[in-house]
Write a protein that binds this ligand. Structure first.
Ligand code: BG6
Length: 512
């Protein structure tokens, strides 16, 4: 893309997400580009009048931080420059958007700058998207050859139908290539490494990445926090819509899709993802367990001003069993699990391989140790993001990143194996998912974003299950340190149950 001036507008620029991640991400973008050919201006926009919004924005901006390799003095200079390039604007009416653009154009003219692009980040509730997109379309499109990019945060709809309606409303104002739907899991370094890892170790993985060798796949996000303070949003969505439909589904497709010939081709990645969606068997009610932490009802009654007899069926926990109906994965259980107020915070995806195949040299040992690959997103026992390959599987060798053997705290158990039994790869420069994605938006790389087709395919998978669960009572679990029997689930054929012989997952196996 040609260099020039870039205007960044965060609508909802003083909200929680902007405060926590977005400004930091844009500051990092600015710092990384400071010596490049681009110049920037940053606008935080919101419904608050400009005089009230301005000090709030500047408090947020002052809190951004530099990476460890930047000196204190240099950091102070960079922050000062960043602050000078930023301003708050009320963005409520079409006229506000028109004035914003006048300001951008005046600045370009005064400074004699070529425009590279306009980036609008909508960090606002989804109901506001269509109107804002309409304002952007009618008044904020660059007239030159500059690009327009509009970033959207989930939720992208509530089910298949509403996602379709929202997509078509947005489609009236924006072209598909202008929309960047964020799923921050795709910005997590370990998640972004799934395809490159599969590609790099193809020689070892190809023969075993199939139903003959994979015992099961688990994709899991356990959280310890409750949803207090978020109930007006959360109660309408619940864990399936909040986490499974997007984050965990994306990870599942990356693990199971056919490897693209070209890892940077967003079209090929999308096609291969869509193929997985079309091979996924419909998920029936018996393939899901939903739960709700005990205190949730009271929280709902309080936050939604409901009486004591109001009952919410919104799940705060779900375990779902999916199957892909193709020759490669037929019959391999894929478990997607997430919940709030559980005993620990941990997120990972693991491919557990069958024992018998690999126990051959070890005839005499009754129990072979698990043979697995773990994509550890961070948190949990292992505080850092990492890819782990159990030593009894194969020894990974990379061209440009190291695989280490961990000797410190060698006995720390990670999913049934001491850490010293793994080869471990950690990102060389840890980075927040949002910062990573912001740099991709700036570069115009679309493969870490959710296209309309991908979105609808995912809702197509989840909507029938959501409808069939709509009137089911979730299992109540104590919450906090006590998960109750929630995770003692078993898989029998195509069903999840609590009383079969085969324990496929329990607390001990979960690294916690
Ligand atoms: C968000 C959900 O998308 O992802 C939250 O809305 C959830 O409910 C969060 O807590 C988890 O993300 P992370 O990065 O903290 O694992």
């Amino acid at each position: 893309q040609r260099p020039g001036h870039v205007s960044v507008v965060i609508v909802g620029g003083t909200g929680d997400l902007a405060k926590k991640y977005l400004w930091q991400g844009f500051f990092e973008l600015y710092v990384n580009q400071v010596k490049g050919a681009n110049t920037f201006s940053f606008y935080g926009g919101g419904l608050t009048p400009t005089d009230k919004g301005t000090p709030v924005l500047f408090e947020i901006l002052k809190a951004v931080s530099c990476s460890k390799d930047v000196s204190k003095e240099r950091c102070a200079v960079l922050k000062d420059q960043f602050l000078r390039l930023s301003q708050y604007r009320q963005l409520k009416t079409l006229e506000d958007y028109q004035n914003l653009v006048k300001n951008i154009e005046q600045e370009l003219q005064q400074e004699g700058m070529t425009e590279a692009g306009r980036l609008f980040y909508l960090s606002v509730p989804a109901f506001a998207y269509a109107d804002i997109a309409d304002n952007i379309n009618s008044s904020c499109r660059p007239t030159s050859r500059a690009w327009l990019r509009v970033v959207l945060e989930k939720p992208f709809g509530h089910d298949f139908r509403s996602a379709q309606v929202l997509a078509s409303q947005l489609g009236n104002s924006l072209k598909d290539e202008e929309m960047y739907r964020i799923d921050h899991y795709l910005g997590k370094q370990v998640v972004a490494k799934i395809l490159p890892f599969r590609e790099e170790h193809k020689k070892f993985l190809d023969p075993i990445w199939n139903k003959q060798h994979i015992e099961r796949v688990e994709i899991l996000l356990k959280e310890t926090l409750d949803v207090k303070g978020r109930i007006p949003f959360y109660d309408q969505y619940g864990v399936v819509r909040d986490v499974l439909q997007n984050h965990l589904t994306e990870v599942m497709t990356l693990l199971t899709m056919r490897l693209p010939l070209n890892l940077s081709s967003s079209e090929e990645i999308l096609q291969n993802k869509l193929q997985i969606f079309s091979s996924l068997l419909p998920v029936g009610k018996n393939q899901a367990v939903v739960g709700q932490y005990q205190a949730y009802q009271t929280e709902v009654q309080q936050e939604l001003n409901k009486t004591k007899d109001h009952v919410s069926l919104t799940p705060t926990f779900a375990a779902v069993l999916a199957y892909i109906d193709d020759v490669q994965y037929e019959g391999v259980p894929i478990l997607l699990i997430s919940g709030k107020m559980l005993d620990e915070r941990v997120g990972y995806a693991r491919i557990l391989f069958k024992n018998d195949v690999f126990c051959l040299q070890n005839h005499n040992s009754v129990h072979c140790k698990p043979k697995q690959i773990v994509f550890h997103f961070g948190h949990g026992r292992l505080q850092y993001p990492a890819i782990l390959v159990s030593k009894n599987l194969f020894k990974p060798v990379s061209k440009d990143s190291e695989w280490k053997e961990v000797t410190e705290h060698a006995d720390v158990d990670v999913l049934g194996l001491p850490i010293s039994d793994y080869y471990v790869q950690t990102p060389t420069k840890p980075r927040e998912a949002y910062s990573e994605l912001i740099s991709h938006i700036f570069a115009g790389h679309k493969n870490s974003f959710i296209s309309t087709e991908n979105l609808l395919a995912s809702w197509g998978l989840w909507t029938p299950l959501l409808s069939s669960l709509a009137s089911s009572f979730p299992r109540i679990y104590p919450g906090g340190a006590d998960n109750g029997d929630l995770l003692d689930i078993h898989v029998k054929g195509r069903e999840i149950s609590y009383n079969s012989e085969v324990v496929i997952i329990n607390n001990d196996q979960m690294g916690g």
